[in-house]
Write a protein that binds this ligand. Structure first.
Ligand code: GLN
Length: 255
């Protein structure tokens, strides 16, 4: 993206934007960690101070001055471990979301935010932060996905691989509408992910942010707005990101 010489003047913030990466030691499928690189690079290229903190399994969760939180995806076993880890600290994450906090939750991390996740006969209690629930099906939904979403103009693209079928409660809206039938939250209702105030939940790995810069910028803009900073994000040279996006879109929609 942006060349070094094209950097704009630094954005004045009383403290850097704090990005908190939750449990990268447990949830990091299909390069979900690349989402952090995308967030911090797009801030740096614009002169927006940004600091990334990891919270590892067993460490105290401190979201007091968090601006963007990332929860990645993981296999059932890791997802279960993170679920146990977060149950005792649920109130912190719930308060952060209720306060309009920006959170990107991918696949297993997205499922955890709901009421429950049925793995066969076993019911895993969710965090009850969003009104949604997930039931594992007998087949997996696997493939490239493209959705239309209000968060950005370009279709959002990514790769899904999940057994869980997620149903949103009446008060929740999907992140977008699948352009390809049979993909998304449950393969049936055409919805993909969830968009709830500052929370983006989605099945899209890939990682999602590097090839969907519009989603990254939505998260950054929302976090700055919550901090009371009035800044229009400077445009970047997104030639590489757009090329990757367009390939993914072609693959997802070639039908
Ligand atoms: N365990 C979940 C499922 O298969 C999430 C998988 C993932 O994060 N890719 O539905």
């Amino acid at each position: 993206a942006a060349a070094e010489s094209a950097r704009p003047a630094p954005v004045a913030l009383d403290r850097p934007l704090r990005v908190v990466h939750l449990y990268p030691d447990a949830l990091n499928l299909y390069g979900d960690g690349g989402n952090i690189a995308s967030l911090s690079k797009r801030c740096a290229w614009r002169g927006i101070p940004c600091q990334v903190n990891q919270v590892l399994m067993g460490q105290e969760l401190d979201l007091a001055d968090a601006d963007v939180v990332l929860l990645g995806g993981g296999a059932d076993r890791d997802q279960l471990a993170v679920c146990h880890e977060l149950q005792g600290q649920r109130e912190k994450l719930a308060a952060y979301v209720a306060d309009g906090g920006v959170l990107l939750a991918i696949c297993g991390g997205y499922q955890l935010l709901g009421h429950s996740y049925m793995m066969g006969e076993k019911q895993v209690e969710g965090l009850h932060i969003l009104d949604l629930e997930t039931v594992a099906g007998e087949t997996r939904l696997i493939g490239n996905v493209a959705i239309e979403s209000p968060v950005c103009d370009a279709p959002v693209v990514g790769f899904e691989n999940h057994a869980g079928r997620t149903l949103l409660g009446a008060s929740e809206k999907p992140l977008g509408r699948a352009l390809v039938a049979g993909t998304g939250n449950n393969g049936e209702d055409g919805g993909e992910g969830v968009l709830h105030d500052g929370v983006v939940g989605t099945y899209l790995h890939g990682p999602i942010l590097p090839k969907n810069p519009g989603v990254t910028d939505w998260l950054i803009a929302r976090a700055l707005e919550r901090r009371g900073v009035d800044v229009t994000l400077a445009p970047l040279d997104d030639a590489l990101e757009t090329a990757a996006h367009d390939v993914a879109l072609r693959i997802a929609t070639r039908g």
